[in-house]
Write a protein that binds this ligand. Structure first.
Ligand code: BGC
Length: 745
C-alpha cells in the first residue's frame, strides 16, 4: 500500500539542523533521510540514455560498475531521428527500467546546445538548434515521467564545453541566451515540468550557475513557473548558503558536515532567512513524496523488448549522408567485405557519467554475418597502435577489399576522443583510418563508409573516395544490428542531421573564442550558432543541418502559409515518390529579411516526421505563433515581433528549400524611450518625437541644402550633440522641452 507522506506535516516536525541536512545528499546517489520523522532517502542516478545504477555495495565515488541496463542510443543518435513519438517510447522504457531498479530520478536529458563540434560531451546533447533540442527533450521527459519516476533536465545553463567546465565563465549576451541557449530548457520546463533541473558547473556571466539568482529564480521560477526541485551538478556547489538564496534546493553529492553547519549558522545569525531554507527542504520532501509510489512498486522490465526498441531507435537516428549511384542498400552479403575494427568492437556510447553497462551488445559484423557469409579484416587498431601493426593490418584489408564486390568500412572516433570532462582534440578521423580508406578505395571504388562518432567529424578530405556514407553516431547496444538492417535494406534510413557537418574547424562558429582563456569563454558569435552561422554567412558546408537521404524520394506540393495577426498556419503535402516505404522530416523555417537587428538567415520553428508508403501522400500542417516570429530585443529586454515581410520556408534541410511563402506581418511599435542622447535617426523614427524634432530643427537661413553624405552623418548623431553646436536656436533647453513632451505622450 502506498505510504502517505504528508510534506507539510513532516516539515513542521523538523529541527533547523534536520532541514539543513535535507539540502544535501547523504552519499553519492541518495538524498538525506530523517529516520525520526519517517523521511526515507531516495536514490537518483545517471542518465541520460540508460540507467547507471551502482549496486549498493559500490564505491560511492560514482566510478565503479553499474547494474545491467539497456543502453539506448545516445542523444546525438536519438535526436537525429527527429521522431517525437519514438523518443517518447524510449523515454517510457527508460522510465520502466528506472522504476524497476527502485531509482527515483534518472539524471537526464541534456539539452545544452552544440556550440562547437569539439565539445567532448556532444553525444549527450541533442542538437545545435533549440527547437529540436526542446521538442525531443520534452518527449523524453514526458516518456520517463509517465512511469512515475523523475528526470533531471541538465546542465542549466550555458554548459557548452568541457574544458575548464567547473570554473569557466560563459560570457553570453542576453539576446543570445534567450534565443539560443535557454529556449530548449524553457520548452521542456513549460511543456513537461521535469521533476528536477540540474544546474551546471560553470559560471554564467561571472556567477556560478549554482549561485545565479537570475537563472534559478527569476527565469526558472518566476518566468517559466518551474514547480520541481533544483539539484546541483555533482560538485557544482561551492557555498551552499548563497546557493540556497539563489534558488538551489539540493546539493549533490554529500559534502560532509560543514555546509550543513554553515546553513544552520546563517539562519541563526540572520544572514539566511529560515523561510528560504524551508522552501528548499519542502521541495526535497516533495520530491521524496512523489517518488514513493514508484519505489514501492514491484516492477520489472522486458529486456528483449527494450533491446528491440533500442534497435528501432538506432536505425531511426542513423543519417545517410550520401548514396551515389544507389550503392545502398546492398542486395545481400554476397561479395561484401567488411573492414574496420569497429565492425567487431563497436563504439556505441561515450565516456563519463552516462556510461551504461548494457544488457547485451550487438556487433555489426555478427549481425551482417547472420545474414550470410562475408570477409572481414580489421584494417586498423582503434588506439592507432604502433605503425608496424597498422601497416600489416592495412595490407591485409587491401587484399580483402580487392577480392570483394563491395566494401563496407566501419570508421569512427576512438573512445578516448569523446568524453565528459574534456573536449575533443580534433575534428577529423584518426590518420590511420583515413590512410586505410585511401588504400582500400584505390583497389575497390565501391566503398560504403559507416561512421560511429558522437558529434560531427570532418569528411571533406575523404568523402569523394566513398560513394555512400552512413552516419550512425553512437547508437547504443543494438546499433550493430540496426546498421546491418539499414545496409541490407530491411529498414530505410530516415535520420536527419541535427548538427551541421562543416568542412574545417576554422569554419565553425565558435572558432577563435572556444574554449576561451583565463577562465572566460566569450560567445562572440552571438546568435549565429550552427546552421544560423553557416547560412547567414553563405558558407559552404559538407552536409547541412536537416540533411539526410533515404532509399526512397519525397516530393513537396501545395506549400502554403497564411497569417492571422501573428498566428501563421503552414501547410504542405508530402508524397513518397520512390518505390520503398520511408519517412521524411518536414522542416519549417522562418526568415525575417527586414529587421533592425541582425537575424539569422533562417531559423527552424517546427518540424514533423512523416512515414509514407510508396506513392502515398499526406498533408501536414503547422501553427506558428508570435514567439516564432520574434527576436529578443536587447534594449527592451523582451520578445518583439518587428512588423514587415516574413518568409516561411518549407524544407528538407536548411539548404534544400522546397517551397516558400512571403507574408506581411503587422508588428508592434518598436520605438524606445527618447533621450537627449537618442540619435536624429531615432528621433525621426518616433511617431511623436519625429514631427516635434523636425519642427524645432530649422537649419540656419544661410545654410544651403545638405548633401547626402552630410545628411547620413547627421542621422547618426545624438540630438544633444547637435544642440550643443547651438545652431539656429536648437539648444539644450529646446531639446529638454522636446524630451519632456515626448515623455508626456
Ligand atoms: C555530470 C552530470 C551527472 C553527474 C552524476 C556530473 O559530473 O556532469 O551530468 O549527472 O555527474 O554522475
Amino acid at each position: 500500500m502506498t505510504q502517505v507522506f504528508d510534506v507539510e506535516r513532516v516539515l513542521a516536525q523538523l529541527t533547523l539542523e534536520e532541514k539543513a541536512s535535507l539540502t544535501s545528499g547523504s552519499d553519492f546517489w541518495h538524498t538525506q533521510g530523517v529516520e525520526r520523522a519517517g523521511v526515507p532517502a531516495v536514490m537518483v542516478t545517471d542518465g541520460p540514455h540508460g540507467l547507471r545504477k551502482q549496486p549498493e555495495e559500490a564505491d560511492h565515488l560514482g566510478l565503479g560498475n553499474s547494474v545491467p541496463a539497456t543502453c539506448f542510443p545516445t542523444a546525438a543518435a536519438l535526436g537525429s531521428s527527429w521522431d517525437v513519438e519514438l523518443v517518447t517510447r524510449v523515454g517510457e522504457a527508460l522510465g520502466r527500467e528506472t522504476r524497476a531498479n527502485d531509482v527515483a530520478v534518472l539524471l537526464g536529458p541534456g539539452v545544452n546546445i552544440k556550440r562547437t563540434p569539439l565539445c567532448g560531451r556532444n553525444f549527450e546533447y541533442v542538437s545545435e538548434d533549440p527547437v529540436v533540442a526542446g521538442e525531443l527533450g520534452t518527449a523524453i521527459v514526458r516518456g520517463i515521467q509517465s512511469q512515475g519516476v523523475g528526470t533531471s533536465l541538465k546542465h542549466f545553463a550555458a554548459n557548452n564545453q568541457e574544458s575548464d567546465r567547473m570554473r569557466v565563465s560563459a560570457e553570453v549576451d542576453e539576446r543570445t541566451l534567450r534565443e539560443i541557449y535557454l529556449p530548449a530548457f524553457e520548452r521542456v520546463v513549460t511543456n513537461a515540468q521535469p521533476w528536477t533541473v540540474m544546474c551546471a558547473y560553470n559560471k554564467v556571466n561571472g556567477t556560478y550557475a549554482s549561485e545565479n539568482h537570475w537563472l534559478l529564480t527569476e527565469l526558472l521560477r518566476d518566468e517559466w513557473a518551474f514547480e520541481g526541485l533544483v539539484v546541483s551538478d555533482w560538485g557544482a556547489v561551492h557555498d551552499r548558503v548563497p546557493a540556497l538564496a539563489a534558488g538551489l534546493d539540493l546539493q549533490m553529492p554529500a559534502a560532509g558536515p560543514r555546509p550543513d553547519e554553515e546553513v544552520v549558522a546563517a539562519v541563526r545569525d540572520g544572514s539566511l532567512d529560515e523561510a528560504v531554507l524551508d522552501v528548499a527542504a519542502r521541495r526535497v520532501l516533495g520530491l521524496i513524496a512523489r517518488s514513493l509510489p514508484g519505489l514501492e512498486s514491484d516492477d520489472s522490465f522486458d529486456v528483449d523488448a527494450h533491446h528491440e526498441l533500442a534497435r528501432e531507435a538506432a536505425a531511426a537516428g542513423s543519417v545517410l549522408l550520401k548514396n551515389d549511384g544507389g550503392l545502398l542498400p546492398l542486395a545481400s552479403t554476397e561479395g561484401v567485405a567488411v573492414i574496420g575494427e569497429f565492425a567487431r568492437t563497436p563504439r556505441y556510447q561515450g565516456a563519463g557519467s552516462s556510461q551504461v553497462n548494457p544488457t547485451r551488445l550487438d556487433a555489426p559484423l555478427d549481425a551482417l554475418r547472420a545474414a550470410g557469409e562475408l570477409a572481414f579484416a580489421p584494417g586498423f587498431t582503434i588506439a592507432g597502435g604502433p605503425s608496424g601493426d597498422d601497416a600489416a593490418l592495412l595490407a591485409e584489408a587491401v587484399d580483402v577489399a580487392r577480392a570483394a564486390d563491395t566494401v563496407v568500412a566501419f570508421l569512427g572516433l576512438p573512445g578516448p576522443d569523446e568524453s565528459e570532462g574534456y573536449d575533443r582534440p580534433r575534428l577529423g578521423l584518426p590518420d590511420n583510418q583515413v590512410a586505410l580508406l585511401r588504400a582500400v578505395a584505390e583497389v575497390n571504388p565501391r566503398v560504403v563508409v559507416v561512421l560511429a562518432n558522437g558529434s560531427a567529424v570532418s569528411v571533406t578530405d575523404w568523402r569523394d573516395l566513398a560513394p555512400a556514407i552512413l552516419e550512425t553516431w553512437l547508437g547504443g547496444q543494438a546499433g550493430g544490428s540496426a546498421v546491418a538492417e539499414l545496409l541490407l535494406g530491411v529498414r530505410t534510413p530516415s535520420g536527419r542531421l541535427t548538427e551541421t557537418i562543416p568542412h574545417r574547424i576554422e569554419d565553425t562558429p565558435a572558432f577563435g573564442n572556444f574554449p576561451g582563456e583565463a577562465g572566460v569563454v566569450r560567445y562572440g558569435e552571438g546568435v549565429l550558432v550552427g546552421y544560423r552561422w553557416y547560412d547567414t554567412r553563405a558558407m559552404d558546408v559538407a552536409y547541412p543541418f536537416g540533411h539526410g537521404l533515404s532509399y526512397t524520394t519525397f516530393g513537396y506540393s501545395d506549400v502554403a502559409a497564411t497569417a492571422d495577426g501573428t498566428d501563421v498556419s503552414v501547410t504542405a503535402t508530402i508524397t513518397n515518390t520512390g518505390s520503398v516505404a520511408g519517412a521524411e522530416v518536414v522542416q519549417v523555417y522562418v526568415r525575417d529579411p527586414q529587421a533592425s537587428v541582425l537575424r539569422p538567415t533562417r531559423e527552424l520553428k517546427a518540424f514533423a516526421k512523416v512515414a509514407l508508403e510508396p506513392g502515398e501522400s499526406r498533408a501536414v500542417s503547422f501553427t506558428l505563433g508570435a514567439r516564432d516570429l520574434s527576436y529578443w530585443h536587447p534594449g527592451l529586454h523582451r520578445w518583439v515581433v518587428e512588423g514587415g515581410e516574413f518568409v516561411i520556408e518549407v524544407a528538407a534541410s536548411s539548404r534544400d528549400l522546397r517551397g516558400s511563402v512571403s507574408l506581411q506581418i503587422e508588428g508592434e511599435p518598436l520605438w524606445g524611450e527618447l533621450t537627449p542622447m537618442s540619435t536624429i535617426e531615432e528621433w525621426l523614427a518616433h511617431p511623436v518625437g519625429g514631427p516635434l524634432l523636425q519642427a524645432a530643427l530649422v537649419p540656419p537661413a544661410d545654410m544651403g541644402p545638405l548633401d547626402e553624405t552630410m545628411q547620413a552623418m547627421i542621422q547618426q548623431m545624438p540630438a544633444k550633440v547637435i544642440a550643443d553646436f547651438g545652431l539656429s536656436g536648437f539648444d539644450r533647453e529646446t531639446l529638454d522641452t522636446l524630451v519632456a513632451k515626448v515623455a508626456a505622450g
